[in-house]
Design a binder for this molecule. Structure first.
Ligand code: MGP
Length: 242
């Protein structure tokens, strides 16, 4: 009997050690099961141009997220911008700010606008948008963004390894980002809260241009929403350029 017990003990003991070690390993690497929090919760909105409805009625909230992992789960679940019909938009805004001029955080704000040629839809649109939305939440990420497990084919190796604080002390000025898919040429913009905050705006514009890899010779402009909403021609005057 004693021998049988000893045999059983010697068979079962390593198993117990294995499971102890496994538990210990799990405790030692919380990175493997704790999601990476962002400092802000973000909301993704979709706009579909239905001419029978008002502009605001065409705007729909898709989902909110506040971790890096949930951002990627959402990003990998939705259509790439280049596959959307013309007239559609995605907007990614801090939770609590609606992606429209009328929101109190946008009323006195403006946007850094990237206008793309028709040819750039294929070459640049999706990677510019991914870089933009990474830049926006990343500005408030508490830690290094882990690489997306399912985005190995994203053609921008640097974008997933960027460390937070993209806009340094000026991240609070960022309200969100918008992509407009349009037959005449697509647009991507970062919206900020106050067109008089020159320091924040110029810093954000410089970092944004650099991150997108826009050549120095190409000028990007910042326009107030008030000017955009009341423009009479096809262009709005720039308050700042980068
Ligand atoms: P748009 O969708 O920003 O650009 O604005 P688009 O389609 O390229 O048109 P363009 O005028 O820049 O050449 C199109 C129209 O949508 C605007 O003229 C407004 O009528 C309406 N619109 C756009 N935005 C961002 C808002 C908004 O924030 N609030 C309201 N009320 N209407 C808006």
């Amino acid at each position: 009997m004693a021998t049988a017990l000893m045999v059983i003990a010697s068979i079962t003991k390593p198993e117990k050690e294995d499971s102890d070690t496994a538990v210990q390993k799990r405790v030692e690497s919380p990175e493997s099961y704790i999601k990476h929090p962002l400092q802000n919760r973000w909301a993704l909105w979709f706009f579909k141009n239905d001419k029978s409805k008002t502009w605001q009625a065409n705007l729909r909230l898709i989902s909110k997220f506040d971790t890096v992992e949930d951002f990627w789960a959402l990003y990998n679940h939705i259509q790439l911008s280049s596959n959307l019909m013309s007239g559609c938009d995605y907007s990614l805004f801090k939770d609590g700010i609606e992606p429209m001029w009328e929101d109190k955080r946008n009323r006195r704000g403006g946007r850094w606008l990237i206008t793309l040629s028709k040819q750039q839809r294929k070459a640049d649109l999706d990677r510019f948008w991914l870089e933009t939305v990474n830049l926006v939440p990343e500005a408030s990420a508490r830690r290094v963004l882990p690489r997306s497990p399912s985005c190995g084919d994203v053609p921008l190796p640097q974008l997933l390894c960027l460390v937070g604080e993209a806009f340094d002390d000026h991240s609070d000025d960022v309200c969100g980002a918008v992509i407009n898919v349009r037959a005449k040429g697509d647009k991507i913009a970062i919206w900020t809260t106050d067109y008089e905050n020159k320091e924040a705006i110029t810093h954000i514009g410089r970092v944004y241009k650099e991150r997108l890899g826009v050549p120095p010779i190409v000028v990007i402009g910042y326009q107030s929403h008030a000017d955009t909403a009341t423009k009479s021609g096809s262009t709005t005057k720039n308050k700042f350029v980068a």
